[in-house]
Design a protein around this ligand. Structure first.
Ligand SMILES: C[S@@+](CC[C@H](N)C(=O)[O-])C[C@H]1O[C@@H](n2cnc3c(N)ncnc32)[C@H](O)[C@@H]1O
Length: 214
């Protein structure tokens, strides 16, 4: 039976957490994450022993900075690669590489020779357009690269729970893409309820989106 995709967080709480999330800053840089997901990522990064984070969707670069600081805090030598259609300026970190390109053609910006050099384990974070098409493209691109025990985190399935035309416009893209990707690749991924449900059923903006390669 398929997992429910909805979050059990009350609608009023979703709205106010979303308002805070989109304005949240880390070290003065916009970092659009909420306390649930910062806590869950801090555990995921520690528990997996992650060395590389490949993030699709940089925005201002605050999340890439947070990933780098967190992994350094754990004594790792991190490699953070963050791709966006728009350039990132004003964030300079020796362990973070920002690359400009589209999620729909990741091979152009992340060539094989570059990816092969990234230390394992990896965490892939899809946090770009949140449409069905883009989410599917990102999951497809990384499928042959992900090794057992690594994760692809699909962000912002919560758009389906948030009220308002701007969220309906995503047409439940992340959740639809997740289920189709899992159906297409039986036995290769599991939705990791340890992270999805740590604080309550889908008390995360990445509803059903913590995908473990098995
Ligand atoms: C939600 S923001 C990223 C937030 C950031 N990861 C954070 O946590 O602070 C989404 C970003 O995805 C980028 N984006 C949208 N569509 C894209 C695409 N097709 N390819 C690459 N980046 C895209 C936007 O320019 C925007 O900066």
């Amino acid at each position: 039976m398929k997992r429910r995709m909805e979050s059990d967080l009350p609608k009023d709480a979703l709205r106010t957490i979303q308002e805070g999330t989109v304005a949240f800053t880390y070290r003065g840089v916009l970092c659009q994450k909420n306390p649930f997901d910062l806590a869950l990522y801090s555990r995921l990064l520690f528990e997996t022993g992650a060395r590389s984070i490949v993030e699709i969707g940089s925005s201002a670069g605050g999340s890439a900075l947070w990933f780098a600081d967190t992994l350094r805090c754990y004594g790792r030598n991190p490699r953070i690669v963050s791709v966006d259609v728009n350039p990132v300026s004003g964030v300079n970190d020796p362990d973070v590489t920002f690359a400009q390109g589209t999620a729909l053609a990741l091979g152009e910006v992340l060539p094989e020779s570059f990816l092969r050099e990234l230390p394992r384990p990896w965490i892939v974070v899809e946090d770009s357009a949140h449409t069905y098409e883009v989410t599917r493209a990102v999951l497809r691109f990384f499928d042959p690269w992900l090794e057992v025990g690594e994760y692809a985190v699909v962000e912002d399935g919560i758009v389906n729970d948030l009220e308002g035309a701007e969220y309906r416009a995503f047409e439940n893209g992340p959740n639809r893409a997740i289920f189709e990707h899992l159906d297409d690749r039986p036995g290769r991924y599991e939705i990791d309820s340890h992270y999805c449900d740590y604080f309550g059923h889908n008390f995360t903006w990445n509803t059903n989106g913590w995908l473990r390669r098995i």
